[in-house]
Ligand binder design. Structure first.
Ligand code: NAP
Length: 263
């Protein structure tokens, strides 16, 4: 049993759906007060309403993490609503596919702005409050793509996700004197709206490449984030937890297929 996070003030970016919504749901179920962030306020509000219906304290706030002023407003909203910020989950991210021959500068910039600059801007905006709280926690949603694997169509995305790890390693050092930890979860293929959009063929291919032979659930990722946000994880910083059902492990896909054919 981890020390309760009941009453902690948590910001989850990209929380109106997918992994972020899973993180918001798990943290809210543990009694945290959760600020649900997305660009689409109606969708964020629908998620917050679901959490409140389950008995949680939750509010929605519209912010685009790639914009400094939105991150500042987001941090102010958490201060006004909950009196501080204890945990920041930088989860908002996009993954439009484009191979190198068709990848445009605009798409590259968009992915970097949301995934990498957005992480920096959210952290930067919340730092004063995280420092004040005395045991701040930052949990970044990175990916296996980039930090560990390559995946055709996602060079820009992989660069942004690997960049997040470069960021947290130095952030962890600089924030240690303030008792703030900075860690990342690295999901494999998780069943979310965003992944659904990539189509059934992509999902079938990925499922076949996972030793567990199933996509991850958003809760699989959320519980790893919950651990990294706990008091008990206070001596862990600048580190990563891979949540992928073993997807990065096989040296050959053929041996994986054999495994499932064996009696
Ligand atoms: P998703 O289902 O598409 O949900 C994305 C969430 O982020 C939505 O709430 C979306 O709401 C929000 N968002 C997008 N751009 C934003 C912006 N500029 N500012 C604020 N919020 C924004 O995505 P997901 O699959 O859950 O992915 C979430 C994170 O996990 C991403 O960082 C992704 O890279 C990472 N990840 C996902 C997987 C996977 O298999 N699903 C695997 C590895 C890593 P709005 O559109 O309303 O803003």
């Amino acid at each position: 049993m981890l020390t309760s996070i009941a009453g902690r003030s948590v910001i989850v970016t990209g929380a109106s759906k997918g992994i972020g919504k899973g993180i918001a749901r798990v943290f809210a179920a543990k009694g945290a007060r959760v600020l649900v962030i997305a660009r689409d306020l109606a969708q964020a509000e629908a998620t917050a309403a679901e959490l409140r219906a389950g008995g949680a304290t939750a509010n929605a706030f519209a912010a685009d993490v790639s914009r400094a002023e939105d991150n500042a407003r987001m941090a102010r909203a958490a201060m006004e609503l909950y009196g501080g910020i204890d945990i920041l989950c930088c989860n908002a991210g996009i993954y439009p596919s484009a191979n190198l021959f068709e990848l445009t500068e605009a798409t590259w910039d968009q992915v970097m702005d949301v995934n990498l600059k957005g992480t920096f801007l959210s952290v930067h905006a919340c730092l004063p409050a995280l420092k004040t709280c005395g045991k701040g926690r930052i949990v970044v949603t990175s990916s296996i793509t980039g930090p560990i694997t390559g995946n055709a169509g996602w060079s820009h995305y992989g660069a942004s996700k690997a960049g997040q790890l470069g960021f947290i390693r130095t952030a962890a050092i600089e924030l240690a004197p303030h008792n703030i930890t900075v860690n990342a979860v690295l999901p494999g293929n998780i069943a979310t709206d965003g992944l659904e959009d990539l189509g059934p063929e992509y999902i079938a291919r990925m499922t076949a490449a996972i030793p567990a032979r199933r996509l991850g659930s958003v809760e699989d990722v959320a519980y790893a984030a919950l651990f990294l946000a706990s008091d008990e994880a206070g001596y862990i910083t600048g580190q990563t937890i891979v949540v992928d059902g073993g997807q990065v492990l096989p040296e050959s896909q053929a041996s994986l297929a054999d495994l499932y054919q064996a009696p």
